[in-house]
Ligand binder design. Structure first.
Ligand code: AMP
Ligand code: ZN
Length: 114
């Protein structure tokens, strides 16, 4: 069994609130939301960080952003604005080493994030 929590969520071993699933991309509600809308878009392929993205993964990255756009529209924050964050490595606070896009909105987002 994989030790990666996101691989286990994608395989269905661990329960989550699923927003989207197709051949390449998975999206779930974040379990500890930092904004009124906070969900995660996750490539099904186990890519640890952005540094590990290969040429063969370029299409998947675009598909992830398309899924993010679709969900922000469904949630009604497409016109008010939203933030997409991809933490990569320990200084960025990445705690789960399976690449994922945080999508947050529903309130004004501070910048810089700190
Ligand atoms: P990061 O720190 O960028 O790696 O983000 C990991 C995110 O995953 C955090 O926002 C967590 O709240 C979220 N998270 C951790 N475990 C789960 C889970 N089982 N279901 C949904 N989100 C989770
Ligand atoms: Zn994984």
């Amino acid at each position: 069994m994989s030790e990666c929590i996101f691989c286990r969520i994608i395989s269905g071993d661990v329960k989550s609130n699923v927003l989207h699933s197709d051949d390449d991309v998975f999206a779930i509600e974040d379990i500890n939301p930092q904004a009124p809308v906070h969900f995660l878009v996750i490539p099904k392929k186990h890519i640890p960080t952005t540094i590990d993205i290969g040429e063969e993964d370029h299409n998947i990255m675009g598909l992830c952003l398309s899924v993010a756009n679709r969900i922000v529209s469904e949630k009604g924050i497409d016109t008010s604005g939203f933030r997409i964050v991809l933490n990569s490595g320990s200084d960025a606070g990445q705690s789960i080493h399976h690449l994922h896009f945080h999508v947050m909105g529903g309130r004004p987002m501070k910048w810089p994030p700190g």
